[in-house]
Design a binder for this molecule. Structure first.
Ligand SMILES: Cc1ncc(COP(=O)(O)O)c(C=O)c1O
Length: 460
């Protein structure tokens, strides 16, 4: 994602990519005139350019030049049911014809909240927003209002969107200093602690008036730096004792780790949870949910009764009927089918297949991850590892996130040439539509990509 690493666009891999994607190159040239870096989301940045996608169905997508990709980008994690699930598409089609924005309450927002509540019992009350960024922002505001405290404790490397409270410490500024455009006074109210470090959390709870501790419950970037489940139980205990709220950012884990999210999989009840991506069935939409007494800070009557000012919350597209329809359809399928389990099983197959291939090819990497995700350990510090027996918990954030930028880019391009799309960290998501055949094809494509890298002089 970094734009600073030296480009190696003259490699044979980049040449092969350019040859396959002239249509994307033309769009990229036009976009560069209009959009900063020619993109709309930093994760879509790629040197020389990302493919331009024309359509997508199930686990596959096709670019404007007609190339097909097995997709592991997964709509940034939103698409556990794959692209264009027929039931979701039908629900959206029906809704869109009835009106996209009523400027009014509508029945589907109640059904959508019910669908969430039936899967996540801790969602005593639900407030819809339009994005995960807004949901985590509101969760923190609710926590501050409910506790009368200011400090937010976050974990280094964990991602919670791009609001002013969340930018330091994700991929840089690990000391909590503000990123460009963010006020010092805002950044310094977020205390960053090393991931998985209970003693550091306890120290922060002693040193500050902490409103909330916020965590990605399977670890930074859906477990690229995994969190041990026991840690979540410890967090529950120490936050409760300190009078701080525990917020699970389930924007990715929600309805993916299990139907009821990470909180159900691990048996921990947070005070607040944030949901996005899957919750809106592949459309824009998100929610903050949790304890009634906390969400009541958004409630006119409850706030008046308590003699306090309520938290204001407009938002033109909050709970819009089209996103609501997609969300209801998707959550219904997840509730009634084994979609979560299928995605998890396919991801396990994919990780195993990649690791067996790494052994065969003599590549000192490992595919790892939990549930329906995968990540790539690139062994920047040259440990002697057995990819088929990789213990992700024995490495810290620095090791797991150490991925040489230039090599990452070459690998991503090689995978695109071989018909596989992954995220910029060479990780991604499996969906319930990925089949064993897709997994086998993707492992074979990955093998060819590794061989392309070897031909460029990688791996000795
Ligand atoms: C864990 C987590 N929280 C929050 C967000 C922000 O969500 P959005 O992109 O909808 O603003 C993301 C997005 O990737 C995320 O992964």
């Amino acid at each position: 994602m970094s734009a600073t690493a030296p480009a190696r666009t003259n490699s044979r891999i980049a040449a092969a990519y350019r040859e396959r994607t002239p249509g994307s190159a033309a769009f990229a040239a036009e976009a560069a005139e209009l959009l900063p870096s020619g993109i709309a989301h930093d994760a879509r940045y790629l040197d020389p350019y990302s493919p331009y996608i024309a359509r997508a169905f199930g686990p596959h997508k096709w670019d404007v030049d007609g190339n097909r990709y097995i997709d592991f980008f997964g709509g940034h994690g939103a698409l556990i049911l794959g692209h264009s699930h027929p039931a979701v598409v039908a629900a959206v089609r029906a809704a869109v014809g009835e009106g996209t924005q009523f400027g009014a309450n509508h029945p589907a927002e109640i059904a959508w909240a019910r669908a969430i509540q039936s899967l996540v019992p801790a969602a005593e009350r639900v407030r819809f927003t339009s994005s995960g960024t807004e949901a985590t922002l509101m969760a923190v505001r609710l926590a501050r209002a409910a506790t009368g405290r200011e400090v937010l404790v976050r974990f280094q490397g964990h991602f919670h969107g791009w609001s002013d409270h969340m930018t330091s410490g994700y991929s840089n500024h690990f000391d909590g200093s503000p990123t460009p455009g963010v006020l010092v006074g805002v950044a310094e109210r977020a205390v960053l602690v090393p991931p998985g470090d209970l003693a550091a959390v306890e120290a922060a709870l002693r040193a500050h008036e902490v409103a909330a501790v916020l965590i990605e419950p399977t670890g930074a970037s859906f477990g690229q730096v995994p969190v041990r489940p026991e840690f979540l139980h410890d967090l529950r205990r120490v936050t409760e004792a300190a009078g701080a709220l525990l917020i699970f950012d389930e924007v990715i884990t929600g309805f993916r780790v299990s139907r009821g999210g990470a909180q159900m999989a691990f048996g921990v009840r947070p005070d607040l949870s944030t949901f996005a991506k899957i919750v809106a069935g592949g459309m824009p939409g998100a929610a903050v949910a949790g304890r009634r007494d906390v969400l009541d800070h958004l409630d006119f009557a409850a706030s008046a009764r308590a003699g306090r000012e309520k938290i204001g919350h407009p938002g033109t597209f909050n709970a819009n009927p089209v996103s609501a329809a997609a969300g209801i359809a998707a959550l219904g399928i997840l509730a009634e089918t084994d979609a979560c389990d299928v995605a998890i099983e396919m991801a396990g197959r994919f990780r195993d297949g990649l690791n067996a291939m790494f052994v065969e090819e003599g590549v000192p990497w490992a595919a790892y991850g939990t549930f329906s995700g995968f990540h790539l350990f690139m062994n920047a510090h040259e440990h002697d590892i057995d990819p088929t027996n990789f213990d992700m918990y024995s490495y810290g954030m620095k090791e797991l996130k150490a991925q040489p930028e230039a090599l990452l880019r070459q690998l991503r391009l090689a995978l695109l040439v071989q018909g596989v799309d992954v995220n910029g960290r060479i990780g991604g998501f499996l969906s319930a539509t990925h089949t064993p055949a897709d997994v086998a094809e993707a492992v074979a494509a990955f093998r060819e990509a590794v061989r392309m890298l070897r031909a460029e002089g990688e791996f000795g």
